[in-house]
Write a protein that binds this ligand. Structure first.
Ligand code: ZN
Length: 174
């Protein structure tokens, strides 16, 4: 992978990390501004993150659709959690809470694993939703009071869905 492509990949992953709340926008800016070679994730780190994210998809599908998670992906989740714990720090405070050892882009997979564990073992479990936006499929945490949010982002999928319904209504009339 060329340096420019690697850097482009790093920026894409950094944006994704901000969107998912793994890193703050300020922290990502600082990481991407740093011009050192190790401020960009390695090919292996990106590949591991892609693999882990791909494994999470069917696990979250199983949660939302209320069926048993697939064994292979579940094992990938378990393995990633073990690795993340090994690299994590445990600040001496209550309630105890594992935190990623660093917030380097290379360690995003560990940060994702720890957040996933929080999500799938905590109060947020019943609020995981799959976006109903056409062709979207993103998962999101429904923090609305009513618990009836259907789209990952009201600026994006919600509007697209509205436009699509408007278009099909207009066509039915025409
Ligand atoms: Zn969506």
């Amino acid at each position: 992978m060329s340096e420019a492509r690697r850097r482009g990949g790093a920026e894409a992953w950094a944006r994704w990390a901000v969107a998912t709340g793994l890193l703050t926008a300020e922290r990502v800016d600082a990481l991407l501004r740093a011009e050192t070679a190790d401020s960009t994730p390695s090919d292996a780190a990106i590949a591991a993150l892609i693999d882990f994210r791909a494994a999470l998809w069917p696990v979250l599908d199983a949660l939302v659709d209320d069926h048993e998670p697939p064994a292979g992906e579940w094992e990938a989740l378990r393995r990633n959690m073990v690795l993340a714990r090994e690299a994590a720090v445990l600040p001496p405070a209550f309630p105890l809470r594992w935190q990623p050892g660093t917030d380097h882009l290379d360690d995003l997979r560990h940060a994702l694993a720890l957040r996933t564990e929080d999500l799938l073992s905590g109060d947020g479990l019943g609020r995981v939703r799959r976006c109903e936006g056409p062709g979207c499929g993103w998962f999101f945490l429904d923090r609305s009071r009513s618990g009836t949010r259907r789209w990952c982002s009201s600026q994006d999928c919600d509007n697209r869905d509205r436009a699509r319904r408007h278009y099909s209504r207009a066509r039915q009339r025409g």
